[in-house]
Ligand binder design. Structure first.
Ligand code: NAD
Length: 543
């Protein structure tokens, strides 16, 4: 027992290491890659702090080197999900009664472990398991995850400071309670940091969690769990289950103690989950919190006053880094005809200079897409574009899965602004460009706003301030994260709180106070120091 009004250390964003030739981090990373490639790991669910093996082994391979085996994971079944739910419910009371600063210390320690001794393991598991180059792994698995932990803890402190006013004789307070029941974290493959954030954000506030990661992120999920256990997370607070999605939702979403879902993934899966929750609503003790960040069809719109080189670089990075598998990746561009030739040449020069291959060779800017299903789907999009008369593939267009799931960075030029690749999320290295007459900028803004059901990220490039103002006006609801003269990817925790609306999610801004508030159920307390002793009010008295 200790008392005091403790103050969480002021966080700053974790500094990205460069991995440049000659640097210590480059050596360390290479050593860790060698080590990871020389063993086969066996990965099991972690329920109530115990490793649970089922014997139903599934192989894990690097998407860029599919003949290599990284290891196997034990696929869990519905019974294990039930055990995970029970563990979360049993651990709840002790966890919520732990002083908040002790809970905070666990996540601050986890951040320090990733910043220090676990950095290489965290990054390498992401590089090999999800095919990210060293820079992409560093900004995600190390820096963003560290930032999530450190800033969320600080936001928790600030939330607890939000208290109502009191008047003489009365003390009003807010008790920031975690939700009743347990929280379900359902996480995507493409960001290790999101997989780390979704279970931990509710947990640090006193909730207990059942966490199901993507089957394509199992390899780095195990490292996150190892870090949390090393940092002192009590058994049962976060229960990690590697079961198929529908088996997990079947158990979790039918349970009366289901208190909320923290989801990131595709729009279709989120909508199907919302439907199940809606149909089950009378089964639950409380109305579950539904927080979901989903797909995007992120745009870059260019005004004739823009600087062509800045646009070309933003497209080269924004559309193709991590093979376009960022929810924020630029996937449609609107370019004025007067700038197109110049931008096209610069973009083509960039794409021709990209090297594509495995993550182990640090000179590769482009690696593989996540799996065969995604590879086949993207291949079909390219094949269709080769046949459709309104579109031309002007860069890339090749694909090959002999060694790994490689898709060339591809640019489709369309005459039809409603062509389906301007609307639908493809989640790969394919950018569609529409050229508009430069005098029709306002019309292009209107088309951009209406074309796609999503509203996640977007960017405008212009030097003319009036043009930027017009973009603000027409595109206010077209993106939850809007960039001016910058690529639409690369949001940083605490700087650009992340999330979109319309088809892109509930816009609860991951890595911000707004998100944390969803995992709390405030209780208002009023304490009266002078309770009345007579029911009569003065107006009742005779004149
Ligand atoms: P996904 O929807 O396929 O999977 C997300 C999670 O849901 C995984 O754990 C998966 O196993 C599970 N799942 C899949 N089908 C299920 C089902 N029928 N029932 C229950 N669970 C099921 O998404 P993904 O491919 O892992 O990730 C890519 C998607 O995530 C893209 O659409 C991308 O835009 C989106 N994303 C959004 C953000 C954001 O902040 N808006 C961030 C990252 C990724």
């Amino acid at each position: 027992m200790s008392e005091g009004r403790y103050i969480i250390p002021e966080p700053t964003n974790e500094i990205q290491l460069s991995y440049a030739p000659g640097s210590r981090e480059r050596d360390e990373l290479k050593k860790e890659i060698k080590k990871a490639r020389s063993v086969e790991v066996e990965i099991s669910s972690v329920i109530n702090g115990k490793h649970v093996q089922t014997g139903d082994l599934k192989r894990i391979e690097p998407p860029h080197d599919i003949k290599h085996t990284l290891g196997y994971y034990h696929q869990a079944k519905k019974d294990h999900v039930m055990l995970a739910v029970d563990a979360a419910i049993s651990a709840k009371e002790q966890w919520l009664n732990m002083p908040w600063e002790e809970r905070a210390a666990i996540f601050l320690k986890a951040a320090d472990l990733i910043a220090g001794p676990y950095r290489w393991k965290m990054n390498v598991s992401t590089m090999l398991g999800q095919s990210k180059n060293p820079f992409q792994a560093e900004i995600d698995a190390a820096c963003e995850m560290i930032d999530f932990f450190r800033f969320n803890i600080k936001f928790m402190e600030r939330i607890f400071e939000i208290q109502p006013r009191s008047v003489r004789g009365i003390w009003n307070r807010t008790d920031w309670r975690p939700l009743e029941g347990f929280v379900f974290a359902l996480t995507p493959f493409n960001f290790t940091s999101i997989a780390g954030n979704l279970p931990t954000a509710p947990a640090m506030l006193g909730n207990t969690v059942v966490w199901k990661p993507s089957k394509s992120q199992v390899y780095s999920a195990r490292v996150i769990m190892e870090v949390l256990q090393q940092a002192g997370l009590p058994d049962g607070v976060i229960n990690l289950v590697y079961a198929p999605g529908p088996d997990v939702t079947d158990v979790v979403l039918n349970h009366e103690e289901f208190g909320g879902i923290h989801f990131t993934g595709s729009t279709t899966v989120f909508q199907s989950i919302w439907n199940i929750i809606g149909n089950n609503i009378s089964k639950y003790k409380s109305y579950p919190r539904i927080v979901g960040e989903t797909g995007g069809k992120d745009f870059v719109i260019v005004h004739q006053s823009a600087e062509p080189k800045e646009v070309a670089t933003a497209l080269a990075r924004g559309a193709f880094e991590y093979q376009g598998q960022k929810c924020s990746a630029a996937s449609r561009a609107y370019i004025p005809s007067c700038l197109w030739d110049e931008i096209r040449q610069m973009l083509e020069a960039d794409l021709n200079s990209f090297k594509m291959g495995g993550v182990e060779d640090f000179s590769n800017f482009i690696n593989a897409v996540i799996d065969e299903k995604s590879f086949d789907k993207l291949g079909r999009v390219i094949d269709k574009a080769k046949e459709d008369k309104d579109v031309d593939i002007i860069m890339g267009g090749g694909y090959n899965k002999t060694a790994g799931y490689f898709i060339e960075p591809t640019v489709i030029l369309t005459k039809d602004p409603e062509y389906y690749t301007m609307k639908e999320e493809l989640f790969g290295p394919i950018l569609t460009v529409y050229i508009y007459p430069e005098e029709k900028y306002q019309n292009a803004l209107k088309i951009c706003d209406k074309t796609s059901p999503y509203a996640l990220t977007g960017a405008v490039f212009a030097r003319d301030k009036q043009a930027i103002e017009l973009a603000h006006k027409h595109l206010r609801y077209a993106a939850g994260n809007f960039y001016i003269n910058d690529k639409p990817t690369g949001a940083v925790v605490s700087q650009q709180p992340f999330g979109g609306a319309r088809g892109s999610g509930t816009n609860d801004k991951a890595g911000s106070m707004i998100n944390l508030l969803r995992w709390l159920s405030p209780r208002s307390l009023k304490e009266n120091f002078n309770p009345p002793t007579d029911y009569r009010y003065p107006f009742l008295e005779e004149d």
